[in-house]
Design a protein around this ligand. Structure first.
Ligand code: SME
Length: 178
């Protein structure tokens, strides 16, 4: 029979915690409760990491894993267009012009855009016909848009002011680490 001292048990538990440092704890409950539990974990995940690709990739993965969104990803401003950055989900459009689609409109207006039904949004760019609703948050650095966070859902009306509130907060944290 295997017997362990308290010290041995604590050592095993501690090494397990270290191994699982990059695992997410997925909260149950309301959307707001999920964001409340997710955001501090994302902060910890980003930590002192300054590589933008690593941080954007982990944020996309954490949002997808927590909420099961259809598509989560970033488009980054490169010269005069948005270019696809780290994302989770099906392959997507590579380049978007300023003012085009939801992403280009968010870039142009420097504002979050919530789209309850993508078919009702003039000029919506359908990277996938499965996407039904969408939210786009601009990444603002010193008053300029350096990219956008785009989240798509397979259901209508998936996003509201709660998503806008928490995703804007997340984007502010993120930009300060890029
Ligand atoms: N629907 C977006 C294009 C990007 S994909 O959804 C990933 C838009 O209209 O800008």
């Amino acid at each position: 029979m295997l017997s362990l001292s308290n010290d041995g048990l604590i050592t095993i538990l501690f090494s397990k915690l270290l191994i699982m440092a990059e695992d997410l704890i997925i909260a149950s409950g309301s959307k707001a409760e999920k964001y409340e539990q997710l955001l501090p974990q994302i902060l910890a995940l980003i930590g002192s990491e300054t590589d933008p690709i690593a941080n954007l990739a982990n944020v996309a993965a954490a949002l997808k894993e927590t909420f099961g969104f259809f598509w989560v990803g970033f488009y980054l401003v490169k010269t005069d267009e948005l270019v696809l950055g780290p994302f989770q989900g099906p392959v997507a459009c590579t380049r978007i012009q300023k003012g085009r689609g939801v992403c280009g409109a968010s870039w142009e207006s420097k504002a979050t855009i919530v789209v309850e039904d993508v078919e009702q949004f003039p000029g919506h760019i359908a990277c996938s016909s499965l996407s039904k609703s969408e939210i786009v948050i601009p990444l603002l650095k010193d008053g300029a848009v350096i990219g956008v966070l785009d989240v798509d859902s397979e259901s209508l009306n998936s996003f509201d002011t709660t998503d806008a509130h928490y995703l804007e907060e997340l984007c502010r944290w993120l930009v300060s680490h890029l």
